[in-house]
Write a protein that binds this ligand. Structure first.
Ligand code: HEM
Length: 417
């Protein structure tokens, strides 16, 4: 029997399970009430709506992300038949193909090979060189809307910066950024809880168009190489092997999608949090060190990605007596782990001056975000420049989050100054 709790969730009094519809606006507008209850009672619980075990504790999430008995992929150790999975859906063939060689769909050794080949482009000392370009872009965008006295900051500022940066890095023209955003936004809907057939078909069309475009650019780079990541992926060798076109297409699309989505949301969530906090932005961005700390606290306080899943790659028994069979899924709640009172003092308080802030928003283990150093630079530059240029920034209407629980980001962020 499930006991009634404040809407929109109910918790099993025994502490083993919870019901909470991820599409309920009461929940996805403010998931932290649910997390608070979970932390108080049961850091590991069965989330009935998803049908799998979930972990909310910082220590547990961090450890499970690194645990080799779990993987993002399972089909390298078990067949669909053995797992009792249905055949892939025929109307999502293009979408599935675009993900086939994505780093996020691979486990070692295939993952190690691909990650090594692209990693060099994303190490700190390399992306640090982009700081000036990012600042120029931020100023250029503000120049474009400053005289208007108000704008939707997501569309006018948060989205274009990471989209243009990753497009240019890969070697695609900056004026393709709006098209890339459109493909990416449509593809991401595939991860929504309970998607409709029409949404899935549209995501599939977006994937097909995106792949066709990237293939054309690959062909162009083969003819005329350039100093960009696409050319690097075409020519790079690892143990005498080159990447196939399918691998390059999957990697380019993953980088383009992952390369902006979460950064856009973090910028939006962060600006909202700062404006709502009443803290003085001048103090939050007073120097480089404080800017870094403010960005880390924004990432902790209102993470853009709330849940990642893993498959058990073998039968596993976890602490607390949780038994999992090969193929069982678990959910790792990054957004909840960042608010774990056992890890952070006063976790529901936004405090950019805290020094216990190391958060888990970029994940951990072998799939740890390859773009973390780039994202950090983008966020530091974008947020500091914004508050320096527009010191009178304020919310023009209450911001609302979009209906995709695990991509926790604002639909729009109307501000004025
Ligand atoms: C604030 C911004 C960002 C956040 C919070 C974020 C978060 C994450 C997380 C949590 C993962 C791990 C997923 C898992 O373990 O299942 C991940 C993986 C990844 N991220 Fe990010 N990310 C951000 C920005 C970026 C950027 C700017 C790029 C690219 C330039 C990027 C590229 C990737 C890639 C390629 C992976 C897959 C890595 C692998 O599987 O080895 N991300 N990201």
């Amino acid at each position: 029997m499930l006991a009634a709790s404040p809407s929109p969730f109910t918790l099993d009094p025994g502490g083993a399970s919870a019901r909470c519809n991820p599409r309920d606006p009461e929940f996805f507008q403010h998931p932290y009430g649910f997390y608070r209850e979970i932390h108080a009672r049961m850091p590991a619980f069965r989330w009935e709506d998803y049908g799998h075990l979930c972990f909310a504790g910082f220590k547990e999430v961090n450890a499970l992300l690194r645990d080799k008995r779990f993987g993002r992929q399972i089909l390298h150790v078990a067949t669909r038949e053995a797992l009792g999975w249905p055949e892939p859906m025929p109307h999502t063939t293009d979408f599935d193909r675009s993900e086939l060689y994505s780093l996020l769909s691979l486990e070692p050794p295939a993952h190690t090979r691909l990650r090594t080949l692209v990693n060099r482009a994303f190490v700190s000392r390399h992306v640090e060189q982009l700081r000036r370009r990012i600042a120029a872009l931020a100023h250029e965008l503000i120049d474009g809307f400053e005289a208007d006295g108000g704008t939707d900051l997501i569309k006018a500022y948060a989205a274009p910066i990471p989209a243009v940066v990753i497009a240019e890095m890969i070697g695609l023209p900056a004026d393709m950024a709006p098209q890339l955003l459109d493909w990416s936004n449509r593809m991401v809907t595939m991860y929504m809880f309970g998607t409709s057939l029409e949404t899935q078909k549209d995501a599939n069309r977006a994937a097909a168009d995106f792949m066709a475009y990237v293939r054309d650019v690959i062909a162009e780079r083969r003819r005329v190489p350039r100093e960009d990541l696409l050319t690097h992926m075409i020519t790079a060798e690892q143990d005498g092997q080159r990447l196939s076109d399918d691998e390059i297409v999957s990697t380019a699309i993953l980088l383009l999608n992952a390369g902006h989505e979460a950064t856009v949301h973090t910028t939006g969530n962060g600006v909202k949090t700062i404006l709502e906090s009443g803290l003085d932005p001048r103090a939050l961005f007073a120097d480089d060190a404080q800017t870094e700390a403010t960005v880390e606290e924004c990432l902790r306080f209102d993470a853009p990605l709330h849940m990642f899943t893993r498959y058990a790659l073998e039968d596993v028994e976890l602490d607390g007596g949780h038994r999992l069979r090969l193929g069982d899924q678990i959910g790792l709640l990054l957004g909840a782990a960042n608010r774990d009172p056992r890890r952070f003092g006063d976790p529901d308080r936004f405090d950019p001056f805290r020094r216990d802030g190391a958060q888990v928003s970029f994940g951990a283990g072998i799939h740890f975000c390859i773009g973390a150093p780039l994202a950090r630079i983008e966020l530091q530059v974008a947020m500091r420049t914004l508050f320096e240029r527009l010191p009178g920034l304020q919310l023009a209407e209450p911001p609302a989050y979009a209906d995709v629980f695990h991509f926790h980001g604002l639909k729009r962020l109307a501000v004025r100054w």
